[in-house]
Design a protein around this ligand. Structure first.
Ligand code: ATP
Length: 306
């Protein structure tokens, strides 16, 4: 039996290694449908991140030449600041994050990080500089410690515990009978959407990338969970350049700048307060969101009273 289990473990190991390279991004970028769209120049140098400033300069992009999705987008995310992209469904929000990852090249204009055109540096170095907290995190059929440590292979136990604590999931893990050794994933403990997201945050804390892309969950989490996650996200994004693709406006009120995208163009931009004062699309989205939130809260109260 021993003789057999070694090769099987080994195959499992290789399989996991391959899966792991893909899983995080697969969720957000649907890699399976993304063919080899971009190629590195033969001698593409690595990206050198000095401060982590992102700049979109008159970026145009179309998946299909017949239909332009981004129609000349320019904005800056100064090093260490946070910018949120909001807008109606289909406006092109997630496309912006895909371009930042260079899953596609722009049709014109450019994206730079610390002054370097991202199309001219190696994809590997670009992706190493960016951490994503995806909408829905895939967990491996392994211990919860393993799932967190995946953010930085070789992380020590102490580092894993610290990351979990910062992601506000440490107490939850310690309350489990097997603690960090608890098996999770399909064949183990099923974690809720909010718990999975905090595992993703803990991974990102370990990876410690200079640039963060937060792709917010569209699915409604209960108010308490959302507040906990928000607290954890605020911690990870502190001092990091952060681009948030926001579906719920309540989570981005503190962003340094909010960009309102409509049909591939920037319709409005500013802080939460200045956008409300403009009484435009953002203000309209905000009042709609309030109504939805209030209805959800009423529902939660009714459930709790049951
Ligand atoms: P949502 O809030 O609904 O997630 P979004 O603003 O993030 O929307 P994107 O995902 O950026 O929107 O998509 C913008 C447009 O591009 C949509 O009309 C979509 O149909 C189109 N699109 C997205 N991905 C592809 C693709 N791989 N091929 C062709 N068209 C695409």
């Amino acid at each position: 039996l021993m003789q057999l289990s070694v090769p099987l473990n080994f195959i499992g190991f290789i399989y996991r290694e391959i899966r792991q390279g893909l899983t995080d991004m697969e969720q957000m970028f649907d890699l399976l449908t993304v063919r080899q769209e971009v190629k590195d120049d033969p001698d593409a140098p690595p990206l050198t991140v000095t401060a982590g400033a992102i700049r979109f300069e008159n970026v145009r992009f179309a998946y299909d030449p017949e239909r332009e999705i981004l129609k000349g987008i320019s904005f800056d995310v100064p090093a260490g600041s946070s910018v949120a992209i909001v807008g109606p469904s289909g406006a092109g929000k997630s496309t912006i994050s895909r371009l930042l990852f260079r899953f596609y090249d722009t049709s014109s204009g450019q994206i730079t990080i610390d002054g370097q055109n991202i199309a001219k540096v190696s994809q590997h170095s670009l992706r190493a500089a960016i951490g994503i907290v995806p909408q829905d995190t895939v967990l491996f059929n392994d211990s919860i410690a393993y799932n967190i440590a995946y953010g930085r292979p070789g992380a020590t136990e102490a580092e894993v515990y610290r990351a979990a604590a910062l992601a506000q999931i440490g107490n939850f893990i310690e309350s489990l009978p097997d603690g960090y050794k608890t098996m999770v994933g399909e064949r183990g403990l099923k974690l809720s959407g909010g718990e999975k997201q905090r595992v993703a945050i803990a991974r990102t804390i370990l990876k410690a990338p200079p640039i963060l892309v937060l792709d917010e969950a569209t699915s409604a989490l209960d108010t308490h969970t959302e507040q906990e996650i928000q607290g954890a996200l605020t911690l990870v994004s502190r001092e990091r350049t952060t681009l948030t693709i926001a579906h719920r406006l309540s989570t981005i009120v503190d962003a340094d700048e909010i960009i309102v995208l409509r049909a591939g163009e920037i319709a409005e931009r500013g802080t939460h307060a200045s956008l409300l004062a403009q009484r435009g699309l953002y203000a309209e989205m905000w009042s709609m969101q309030r109504e939805v939130d209030e209805a959800e809260e009423a529902l939660e109260r009714a459930r709790a009273a049951d």
